[in-house]
Design a protein around this ligand. Structure first.
Ligand code: GLA
Length: 360
């Protein structure tokens, strides 16, 4: 018998690096997704096949031999299941994904959630969204060494087309907010993918936030509205980003609810500036894409999305006024400058989207 699970990729509209600070986030789904098929076998081993748009990959290993040094996402999952007391007799697992790797669109969590969902079917586990998300986060934190927050596994589990998920990462309470028909989103992957230094940079940012909390004698940056001016300058900048970004998430929700694209675009722009200058997680390639995008008629604002150090931008455009022909101009300027190919992942003209998608 074949068991199946799937999960969407996500684009975070705003609320970056706030999740591990008990803050707020506002993601929505993208059409790219990950699907898993699993067949149980009595072999004591995992035969894993990955069919990704970016390549094919096969791996076989004995259950119980999982090792963090292999940095293997599938090993991380069978390790996490063993930790939860789930005993797998052996399995063939196939994963098909169209979420680009290292693009800031949550390819890792989409992978974990799709495989965990297939396992839940196979082992008839009574796990809710939060439990699955916590396991997906734990395997990243404790096995793969990425000290990520809860944003991605929750977003890949709960996001849907046309709605933003306003999530309080401290309580996991959420609200769905409609994205008005007049607003469209464009996601462009810079082609700069996360590498090891991105993981290091990400973990360093998290550490810096924890150091700042210790110095200010608070449990999390959620507790404050302003950074303490006595912090060393680097920590002051990191805290300023988190504090102002949480505010921007609340305002972004209000902007969506009041159909105010100009306000939302301004918040995108401010978020990017803060991530570039205070949190220092952008790269010149991404800055260029943001600037090119913001120069186009009908674009309200653009920003880097996801963990940073490369990856994608998300832009807010007018559904009716933005001319998609200008995207060709952007890609050409970008390639001329950086000799790299950027890719439009989600645009107004994306034909693969269902009727009710707000990305078109
Ligand atoms: C990555 C992490 C998330 C979150 C974002 C930044 O996607 O997985 O937990 O911290 O970066 O907002």
């Amino acid at each position: 018998m074949i068991f199946q699970g799937n999960a969407c990729g996500r684009v975070n509209l705003i609320g970056e690096h706030t999740d591990y600070n008990n803050g707020f986030v506002l993601p929505t789904s993208i059409p790219q997704e990950t699907k898993c098929s699993l067949r149980l076998e009595d072999t004591g081993q995992i035969v894993f096949n990955s069919l990704h748009l970016e390549g094919r990959f096969t791996r076989t290993y004995a259950l119980g031999s999982e090792d963090p040094q292999h940095q293997s996402s599938i090993e991380a999952i069978t390790w996490a299941l063993a930790q939860e007391g789930v005993s797998i007799p052996g399995a063939t697992i196939q994963v098909n994904s169209s979420v680009p790797l290292g693009s800031g669109l949550s390819s890792s969590a989409a992978f974990s959630i799709s495989v965990l969902r297939a396992c839940i079917q196979a082992f008839k586990l009574d796990w809710n969204v939060e439990k699955i998300a916590r396991i997906a986060q734990k395997l990243e934190n404790d096995f793969l060494g990425a000290h990520v927050g809860i944003l991605d596994p929750i977003a890949c589990s709960l996001c849907s087309y046309g709605k933003a998920l306003y999530l309080d990462t401290a309580t996991l309470k959420y609200e769905e907010v409609m994205i008005p028909h007049s607003m469209a989103l464009i996601v462009i992957h810079s082609g700069v993918t996360h590498a090891n230094n991105a993981l290091q940079g990400y973990n360093t940012r998290r550490q810096e936030c924890e150091d700042a909390c210790r110095k200010m004698h608070i449990d999390s940056l959620r507790a404050i509205d302003e950074p303490s001016s006595s912090l060393p300058s680097t920590l002051l900048k990191r805290v300023r980003h988190v504090v102002t970004e949480n505010r921007r998430v609340h305002n972004a929700k209000k902007a969506l609810e009041s159909n105010d694209a100009v306000w939302l675009g301004k918040l995108f722009h401010e978020s990017h500036t803060s991530l570039r200058d205070d949190y220092e997680v952008s790269v010149p390639e991404v800055d260029m894409l943001v600037a090119l995008m913001e120069d186009q008629d009908g674009c309200f604002g653009a920003r880097i999305t996801g963990g940073g150090f490369g990856g994608s931008i998300v832009a807010l455009v007018d559904q009716f006024q933005f001319d998609t022909a200008s995207l060709d101009h952007i890609l050409t300027c970008y390639t001329n400058k950086y000799d790299k190919k950027a890719r439009i992942l989600v645009s107004r003209n994306d034909q693969r989207l269902p009727e009710n998608a707000r990305f078109i």
